[in-house]
Every structure is written in structure tokens, then in C-alpha cells.
Design a protein around this ligand. Structure first.
Ligand code: CO
Length: 151
């Protein structure tokens, strides 16, 4: 009986560790009606096979007025990606078609909506400087942050 309990305890422990490791690769962020993300920095360990970022728009305004998305770029490319996204329009989520500088992005959402993107860290380095923005016209001035890939 004691042995069985010890085995059960071991199973529970390993499940807990796995869930903790899995959570490191699942990031959450919110945007609001005041053109703000709730965080200015996000980090993932480079051991993640895949990363999922889930964006929730906690405001009420429609996407045409206060749309938000989550776009990952090298920090050096951030401004150009935002500028080129303006011309792409809402239907294209303010992302220029086939833009190789865009490392990952979600669709544009309005109040009460949720969007997620899952991507690989292949090609991203712990030495790299990455940023996330909302590419809705004018939003990246406020809606931006640092994205770290950690050892
Ligand atoms: Co926005």
C-alpha cells in the first residue's frame, strides 16, 4: 500500500513538472480600449518546440475602431513592419503579404474577441533582439514590447 502511494505521488509530481514546462511555452496577453497591451515584456525558453501566444481584447470597441493583433519581429524591423502594414488594410490584418520580417502574427480582433498564434522558435536566437507590436495603424507607438528567447 505504501509503495502504491509512493508511485502515485511520483506520477503526480512528474505530471506537475510537465505542466509547468508546458506553461512556459504558452503566453497570454491582453489589449484594451485605451490602446494598451497589459505587458511590455514577454519571455520564452528556447527549449519550447512551439510557442502559443493568446491575445484577448478585453475592451468593447470593434476591430475597425480599436483593432489589436500581436505581431513578432526583430526589433530592428519593428517600425518598417508597422509602416508597411498600414497599406495592407484590415482584411489582411495590417500585415504586408508574405513579409519575411514578420516572424509570427495573429489576426486583428475587436472587443471581447480572442486570437492565438502558434509558432516555432526555429531561426530565433537567444542573442536576438525581438519585439512585439500591434500593427493596427498608429498603435505600435504605444502597443509594443520586448520578446526574449531565454536559455
Ligand atoms: Co491595436
Amino acid at each position: 500500500m505504501k509503495k502504491a502511494l509512493a508511485i502515485l505521488a511520483g506520477i503526480t509530481l512528474s505530471l506537475n513538472i510537465q505542466s509547468i514546462l508546458a506553461d512556459d511555452c504558452q503566453l497570454e496577453i491582453t489589449g484594451n480600449d485605451s490602446m494598451q497591451f497589459n505587458v511590455t515584456e514577454m519571455s520564452v525558453p528556447n527549449t519550447c518546440k512551439e510557442v502559443t501566444v493568446t491575445l484577448t481584447h478585453i475592451g468593447n470597441l470593434p476591430k475597425a475602431a480599436m483593432g489589436h493583433n500581436w505581431v513578432l519581429t526583430k526589433t530592428d524591423d519593428m517600425q518598417a513592419v508597422a509602416n508597411d502594414g498600414i497599406g495592407a488594410g484590415l482584411d489582411n490584418h495590417y500585415i504586408k503579404a508574405d513579409d519575411p520580417r514578420v516572424l509570427a502574427f495573429t489576426e486583428v480582433i475587436g472587443g471581447g474577441e480572442v486570437a492565438a498564434v502558434t509558432f516555432s522558435l526555429d531561426g530565433l536566437s537567444t542573442d536576438g533582439k525581438y519585439s512585439f507590436i500591434c500593427s493596427f495603424p498608429g498603435h505600435s507607438a504605444l502597443m509594443k514590447g520586448v520578446f526574449n528567447v531565454t536559455m
